[in-house]
Design a protein around this ligand. Structure first.
Ligand code: AGP
Length: 614
């Protein structure tokens, strides 16, 4: 949430900052701003509510200077106004600060500053930092920033420029990512690799409690959470990323591009991890040998939003294949119930970004109590990946659209690999292992065949888009799919979409069914198919329009002729793998419904990619 960029070097900073902000906009798009130090140390600030393109219109040509910092905001303290946009400055306009995260003691610091006669001009927590840096008596900018940080509690990734120190940017990190990028006689800083890769792939990641002085020639790191600044040794290293993976290319949106990439992403997560001979998987990154895997008595999966729903899909798979009790829980709730951490439970944290604060805090809670956590994470080297005892990287590639699609698919496949391995060290037969491997190998092609039906799904989506309220229903393996389908739909169409177990409909929600409330029903050809079809009759009898996601050959009887009925057949695979093939058309429906409504699927209102605040 929120994005930081910074530049110091031989080029004009403003155009580079604007470009970087555009690349970070998915992390927050309420407002944007920048501060540039001109020659002679004049500090110029431009900021406003709205998108980066609105800021670009406001940055005047005279905004010259080769040192600058920028920010794109997702509002926490105070609404999205020009005043609340970052950077924040001190009263004299000599210090500018951009900040991601939340300062927990901001109100007391604001009160202290106001009592001292400081006039605060925003509602934000960040503004106090600019004043604290300005008031510090330290001789160096590093010392001043460290003084300010010693007074604050909370999380931050931040960048500071000061008119008296025009040769440097000082950055710091505590709980919110900060990366330094090394160029040729120039340096970049950013909260996310996406803003850097066009200029450099040689980067250094700061640790929590670390800060850095960044000049045009290089960078120096320190620990600032000690009594005195204490130098640390940190080398920049090349990261193995393809800058083209961050480009939208010919696609109409990132979400569309990312949905279409799913067959390739599925291949990547499986590559080198399937053992056809023994019907199992290789997951060296888990750091668990066969004996340790056998000793696991329970699996507890933690994630947020879509990562939580795919965690539910994963839990069913693990329980079915390995016969170990497994369940998923919202990471955001977990630590608040003071959970019992069991030594023979394997905890699994699931996260695309590896930054989601609720998931990270859950991991820390488990480890603090001596539990063992593995991560299913997409972003290599992210906080959650680093905090876990081991894990499975998803290799989905960068996911920019707020709505998760390809990352979710790779999470599901990573769970399949984990379930396979947990099963094969127990009672899952080699034949069953091989059966599943054959199913997984077919998946990329099968996902492609669903994506190829884009036009048909777009037509169905148009019909759903006109409804203010929808149900998504499923049972057992299909229920988390319904939850994910409803989540995707509401997230990007702003329609009310509610997921229910099909079996629970008549215990209440059936009262809402009418010709204006469509139901998207998941009816795989499994042991519950007849009961599911019976529930569809109950909906049709109340004139509820139906979209049924099912398998070829499933007999829907006279429902096929029901008004408002549409049937979507997905390819058959192994039953355990059904959930992901049922999920794909729901992504496409949500995407086209949003497009039909003229909404920006990549940047849905009120949301942002990577939720780094509680
Ligand atoms: C997915 O479409 C959502 N934008 C959201 O629920 C997301 O999955 C959740 O915030 C978790 O993010 P993470 O995978 O980066 O931890």
């Amino acid at each position: 949430m929120c994005g930081i960029v910074g530049y110091i070097g031989t080029q004009q900073a403003a155009p580079l900052l604007l470009e970087g902000l555009g690349r970070l906009e998915h992390r927050g798009y309420d407002s944007a701003g920048m501060a540039v130090l001109g020659t002679g140390g004049a500090l110029r600030v431009a900021k406003r509510s709205g998108r980066v393109r609105d800021l670009a219109e406001e940055v005047p040509a005279r905004f010259g200077g080769k040192v600058g910092i920028g920010h794109t905001r997702w509002a926490t303290h105070g609404p999205a106004t020009d005043h609340n946009a970052h950077p924040h400055t001190d009263g004299a306009g000599r210090v500018a600060v951009v900040h991601n995260g939340i300062l927990d003691n901001a109100s007391s610091l604001r009160a202290m500053l106001t009592d001292d006669g400081v006039e605060l001009t925003s509602d934000t927590d960040t503004e106090v930092l600019a004043h604290l840096v300005a008031r510090s008596g330290a001789e160096t900018l590093e010392g001043r920033v460290a003084d300010a940080l010693s007074a604050v509690e909370g999380t931050y990734g931040l960048a500071v420029v000061h008119a008296d120190f025009p040769d440097r940017i000082v950055v710091a990190r505590n709980g919110s990512p900060l990366i330094v990028g090394v160029g040729d006689k120039e340096m970049h800083v950013a909260s996310d690799l996406a803003a850097l890769v066009r200029y450099t792939t040689t980067v250094a990641y700061l640790d929590d409690g670390e800060m850095a002085t960044v000049t045009a020639q290089g960078f120096t790191t320190y620990r600032h959470d000690t009594a005195q600044l204490h130098r640390t040794h940190r080398d920049a290293a090349r990261v193995d990323v393809d800058p083209a993976a961050y480009e939208i290319g010919e696609h109409e949106s990132f979400m569309h591009a990312e949905m279409l990439e799913q067959p390739r992403a599925a291949e990547r997560v499986l590559r080198g991890r399937l053992d056809e001979r023994f019907g199992t998987s290789h997951l060296g990154g888990l750091n668990l040998d066969a004996r340790e895997l056998r000793a696991i008595r329970r699996v507890k999966i933690l994630g947020c939003g879509s990562a939580y729903y795919v965690g539910q899909m994963g839990a069913s798979m693990i329980e079915e294949l390995a016969r170990i009790p497994a369940d998923a829980e919202a990471a955001s709730e977990f630590r608040y119930r003071d959970p019992v951490i069991e030594p023979d439970t394997l905890y699994v944290a699931v996260s695309q970004s590896g930054e989601t604060i609720d998931t990270l805090l859950a991991v820390q809670e488990i480890r603090r109590k001596g539990g063992r956590v593995v991560g299913l994470v997409n972003v290599v080297g992210s906080a959650i990946a680093r905090e876990c005892d081991g894990g499975i990287y998803l290799h989905a590639g960068p996911e920019v659209a707020v709505a998760s699609t390809k990352a979710l698919t790779t999470m599901f496949l990573a769970f399949s690999l984990l379930a396979l391995q947990l099963g094969r060290v127990r009672d899952l037969s080699i034949a069953d292992g091989k059966r599943l491997i054959a199913g997984l190998q077919q998946l990329p092609e099968q996902i492609q065949s669903v994506l190829d039906r884009d036009d048909e799904l777009a037509e169905v989506a148009k019909r759903l888009a006109v409804s203010d309220s929808l149900f998504f229903i499923g049972r057992v393996r299909g229920f988390p799919v319904a939850r994910e389908g409803a989540q995707k739909f509401k997230e990007i169409t702003y329609r009310h979409a509610e997921a229910y177990q099909t079996s629970e409909l008549k215990h209440g929600p059936l009262a809402l069914i009418s010709e204006d409330v469509p139901t998207v029903a998941l009816v795989p050809d499994d042991e519950l198919v007849e009961r599911n079809v019976a529930a569809l009759h109950e909906i049709a009898a109340r004139r509820g329009p139906l979209v049924v996601v099912t398998h070829e050959g499933v007999d829907l009887g006279d429902l096929s002729a029901a008004p408002g009925m549409h049937r979507i057949d997905v390819p058959r695979n192994e039953r355990e793998i059904d959930p992901i093939l049922l999920t794909i058309p729901l992504q496409v429906l949500a995407y086209h419904a949003a497009k039909h409504l003229g909404l920006d699927a990549d940047k849905p209102r009120n949301l942002a990619k990577s939720v780094t605040v509680e």
